[in-house]
Design a protein around this ligand. Structure first.
Ligand code: PLP
Length: 397
């Protein structure tokens, strides 16, 4: 007998993967340059040069057994110290290495956090639009997954909806800013208002409502502030990843941070470490931990993403497409002409333009494009976007 939930997750490919595979097939027929693939969020800027240099230095200067051996289950102390020092210098906070758990990227970190919070009848609220993997992560952990409707058209947070949905069983609210798929950065004002609401509700229910802050895109912001969430609301658990910030998605490295000021901080930290242990996810890749110990202070050079972002935002809004301000990450989340994003995506596909419908992100009627692509693709695809919106307008005339 086979677990049917696990089977369904393994057997049904995600819509994003389907589009990506379709793009590969089409590329073989019409040529790569004639497929405008905006489906996958794979970074398109190289890692900073210092990352590669660190690998070479580590391999040259460190005993091979030490480089490739097991580390402490929660991560090398030096790595945790480097991360802690970087955050302290950057945000004026006072974190300690003992509050960090080194994980294999945001995905398994979220799974560990959800498992640590999974009490009987426990529930977690995601704010739409949200990263689709949250749902299986939460449900497999044993939490009830509920979705707060989107705050259209700006995609901040509809606090009245949050207030209406929080119950005594709410263990946590999931936060992702800069956001995948909207590209929106939650403002300090939004976060402060959310913190006030959760503080009040936590008091009323007699237990903390944690914020789980999923932060793979923290460093990808274009001229706006990305507030450090634990400094606004201490009951925050940060899940960070170097997948996007240092363009290392294949290397599987990141961390969980549990602030000392969080309620039940020590128990919570131990439960996260325990949940990771139960999932077999301890002792993140040793070489990469050593790289992060040397590179935790590095930030990406965002120039190429920013150029793409501006070219698409300006080009598409001039054509009449509508979207929230894409201040972060590398996504635009666009209102589908005609209102049906699935139909729009199918129509676009016929022209080899691959965009992801928003239904899986909890936001039907919108589609996502990921702009970690070449400048050339953007220039060649803009006329296709123009053609599509013209066709929709003609249909409605
Ligand atoms: N959370 C969000 C919002 C993401 O977009 C992604 C990956 O695209 C992840 C988590 C998973 O990231 P990681 O590669 O660190 O597991």
């Amino acid at each position: 007998m086979i677990n049917q939930n696990a089977y369904a997750l393994g057997a049904n490919r995600s819509c994003i993967r389907d589009l990506f595979e379709y793009g590969c097939q089409q590329a073989a027929i019409v040529g790569r340059e004639n497929v405008y693939d905006y489906s996958l969020g794979n970074p398109s800027i190289p890692s900073p040069r210092e990352v590669d240099e660190a690998i070479v230095q580590i391999l040259r200067d460190t005993d091979s057994l030490a480089v490739h051996g097991y580390t402490s289950a929660v991560g090398d102390y030096d790595t945790r110290k480097a991360i802690s020092q970087d955050l302290n210098a950057r945000y004026g906070v006072q974190t300690r290495p003992e509050q960090f758990f080194i994980g294999c990227g945001a995905a398994p970190e979220l799974v560990a956090v959800f498992r640590a919070l999974a009490v009987p009848e426990g529930e977690i609220l995601a704010i739409a639009p949200y990263f689709p993997e949250y749902k299986p992560f939460a449900q497999e952990a044993g939490l009830t997954f509920r979705v707060v409707p989107p705050d259209v058209p700006d995609f901040q947070i509809d606090l009245a909806q949050v207030e209406a949905m929080v119950t005594p069983h709410t263990q946590a609210i999931l936060l992702n800013s800069p956001n995948n798929p909207s590209g929106v950065v939650y403002t300090r004002k939004t976060l402060q208002a959310l913190a006030a609401l959760l503080t009040e509700k936590g008091r009323e229910y007699g237990h903390p409502i944690y914020l789980v802050s999923d932060e793979p895109y923290r460093e990808l912001a274009y001229g706006v502030e990305v507030p450090f969430v634990p400094a606004i609301y201490p009951n925050t658990i940060v899940c960070y990843s170097y997948s996007k910030s240092l363009s290392l998605p294949g290397e599987r490295i990141g961390y969980v941070y549990v602030p000392e000021a969080a309620e039940d901080s020590a128990v919570l930290y131990a439960a996260i470490a325990g949940a990771a242990r139960a999932a077999g996810h301890v002792c993140a890749p040793s070489l990469w931990q050593k790289v992060i110990a040397r590179c935790a202070h590095l930030r990406p050079d965002l120039e190429a993403y920013d150029r793409n972002r501006q070219a698409l935002y300006q080009g598409l809004t001039a054509m009449g497409y509508e979207m929230a301000r894409p201040d972060g990450a590398f996504y635009l989340f666009i209102k589908a002409p005609g209102g049906d994003a699935e139909a729009f995506s199918e129509k676009a596909k016929e022209k080899n333009l691959l965009v992801v419908p928003g239904t899986g992100f909890g936001c039907p009627g919108y589609f996502r494009i990921c702009y970690c692509v070449s400048r050339d693709q953007i220039q060649r695809s803009l006329p296709v976007f123009a053609e599509l919106i013209r066709e929709y307008r003609k249909e409605n005339d």
